[in-house]
Each structure stands twice: as C-alpha cells, then as structure tokens.
Design a protein around this ligand. Sequence first.
Ligand SMILES: [Zn+2]
Length: 264
Amino acid sequence: MRKIKNKKLLGSLVVAGVLTALVYLAWPTASGSVAQTTSQQSSKTLTTESSSLNKQQYPVDTASSLWVVVNKGRQLPSIYAPADLVVPTVSLRLSASSSEMRVRADTARAIESMFASAKQEAVNLMLASGYRSYAAQESVYSGYVKTYGQAQADTFSARPGHSEHQTGLAADIEPLNRHCELDICFEATPEGQWLAVNAYQYGFIIRYQKAMQNMTGYQYEPWHIRFVGQALAAQLHTNNQTLEQFFNLPAITDYPAQSFELKI
Ligand SMILES: [Zn+2]
C-alpha cells in the first residue's frame, strides 16, 4: 500500500472514519424505529417520499409553471397563452389544425408516450380536447350557462380564466371509438380503467376525482388529466391527494367574490 503523504487525503479519511462511527452509533436507534408494523412502515415510507419532493421546485402562482394551480379561486390572466403549444402525434378528435388539439410540448411528449404504452395493451386512446384559450372557454362556458343555468354549469365547466385547459397542461381523453365520450361512464370502459391506473406513470393526475367534489368544486371527471410531471403525479396518486392538499392551498368549491390572479 502507498504511504499517505497528502494531508488533504488524510483529512478526508479521518472525516470518513468519524462519519462511519456516527452511523454505527446511530444504527440501534434507526433499526429500532423501523421495527414497526407493516402499515406503520408504509406510512413512514410515504412521509419520507413526501419530504424528498421540494414543493418550491416549480411555482404554483405562475401561469407557465409545471405546477401552476388553477381552480375556482385562482385565475389565469385573460391574455395568457402558453408559448410552446404543439399537436401531439396521436389519434385526435378534431383536425390537427384545430387549436384545441394542441398542448404544451412536454405534455405532448407525455401523451405520445402514454398512448403508445396503452396501445401495446390493446387500449386505444384519443385526445378529445387540449388547450383552450380564454376566449374559447368563454364561449364554451356561456353556452353551458344558457342551456343549464349558471349554478349547474359551474359544477362541470370552468369560467374563463379558471380552466386548466388554458394552461396547455390539461387534456380530455376518450376511447378511440368515442364510447362514453366526456361522460362519467368512461370510468368503466377499458380505456378509462387503463387511464386511472396508469396515467401517473406518465406524469398525469386525474384532476377531478370521485368523492373529491367537496375539495375541487367539480363533479368527477375521469377523462380530465393534468400534466404535473412524474414525481408529483406519483406522489399524488400514492397519497390520493388533490393538488391543493399537496401545496397546502385551501379547497375551493365556489367562486369567491375576488379571485387570486396568477402571474404570467
Ligand atoms: Zn377537461
């Protein structure tokens, strides 16, 4: 063995030795704390995963952020439109020239990857709706208000500025055969079931979950997915949390007198 002449190296070895000793001393405590029941162990694992995700990694108040939170109390500026909208190379409900068939670039790649995996399992998905501008949402919403009245329309359609579709990170998915198109019965179709089980692996969450209407303010929408990236999607899927719960934001079920305006 070579004699150690380098003082820095010698110092490093001393530090490493001290650290090893500390780990050894701490070991009985650590092993004692994990010697618990299986359920306690899994909740401990969840806590560890939760703390490993930096909640400040992407801002929730910026319209173009991956983690922007849009809901009935948080409004996108009317002039906001994402800069990187593209048409994903997948089955589309409308012509590729329709502005609603676009989503943000990362979302498009994730949709392509997800649809390709589904296809390998003989599950054929189609993009029903992606980006919707403020003006387009205004037109959709006012149409519903005319037909159903405002109170009813507010349970399934967002007011302009309050739609996740304006972020370019949201998409409505349907079966290629259009069975149960944008209908709650989509959840029972092979396509709906595949999406519910697998979407998180591609960075998507089912944004308006069943039995969470009292937190999201919207009825169950098994077809509406929101891109948040794989790490956060996995976290929310495992913990069965809404975006608001994860970011410690209040649950909003009704439009407040004054909404919080998100930044561009
Ligand atoms: Zn939608």
